[in-house]
Write a protein that binds this ligand. Structure first.
Ligand SMILES: *Cc1c(COP(=O)(O)O)cnc(C)c1O
Length: 239
């Protein structure tokens, strides 16, 4: 979560609660009249879980500025989108991307949804920096093949639950955080050492052990059945 202060000269990050939710009371207390934007990631990275709708609504109603909800991982839990609140809240901006569930990070295409007033301002500055024509064509084609994305999402969501269950059985996994996206944040005994040993086996995960609220945690990206099996077998040998 970030708030921009003093016309973007200054960025403040505000910690989530230990269960990766917004403490709206203290966030709103920290806001001053220089605060322009509050930025919320939902589902969040690296926790993988989404922020409660009521908390985002509280910010939209009580903060006199723009609330951006970064929904980069929303395709994995489309029912959690804040897009349904757009008609009610002219200060809401939702961003999504082709980089995650769509598997098209190299297109460099993101999407913003907001009120007409905000989109009109975006359109004023867009022309010289618009998305290139080739990427636009590829994105349109991807949208026509929405079923392919839905299939990939269903597969990853299913694999995630299997991987989470397998991880929970391992002695060195102390906790698997609930996830609604393509990653599992886990508290791991001796995380730095496990990270190093996995690298030696050519398995690259994200070491988040020094990040606030993620102390001792590694982040596993959900893979194919066979990739997940390779990970579990490697962790079993370390347990
Ligand atoms: C990946 C990601 C994005 C978007 O990435 P782009 O490739 O620039 O579209 C935005 N927010 C979060 C939290 C992400 O993980």
């Amino acid at each position: 979560l970030r708030t921009w202060k003093r016309q973007c000269h200054y960025l403040t990050s505000y910690n989530l609660t230990p269960d990766f939710q917004l403490d709206t009371k203290s966030i709103l207390a920290a806001v001053d009249n220089h605060t322009k934007v509050i930025w919320v990631c939902s589902p969040n990275n690296p926790s993988g879980s989404s922020i409660k709708r009521e908390a985002i609504i509280t910010l939209l109603e009580e903060f006199n500025g723009i609330v951006v909800v970064d929904e980069a991982y929303i395709d994995f839990c489309p029912e959690k989108t804040m897009a349904t609140a757009l008609n009610q809240y002219p200060n809401l901006i939702i961003t999504q991307t082709f980089s995650k569930a769509w598997g098209l990070a190299n297109l460099r295409i993101g999407i913003a949804f907001a009120s007409k007033e905000i989109i009109e301002i975006f359109n004023k500055v867009k022309p010289p920096y618009n998305i290139n024509g080739f990427s636009q064509q590829q994105a349109l084609q991807a949208l026509e093949n929405n079923d392919d994305k839905l299939r990939m999402v269903a597969e990853i969501n299913e694999n995630r639950e299997q991987l989470a269950a397998a991880l929970r059985k391992l002695d060195l996994i102390e906790h698997v955080h609930p996830s609604e996206s393509n990653m599992l944040l886990c508290k791991v005994t001796d995380a730095d050492n496990v990270y190093k040993l996995l690298v030696e086996k050519r398995i690259i995960v994200r070491n988040r052990s020094k990040v606030i609220l993620c102390e001792g945690c590694l982040r596993f990206t959900v893979g194919t059945q066979s990739e997940n099996k390779t990970l579990i077998e490697a962790l079993e040998l370390l347990s």
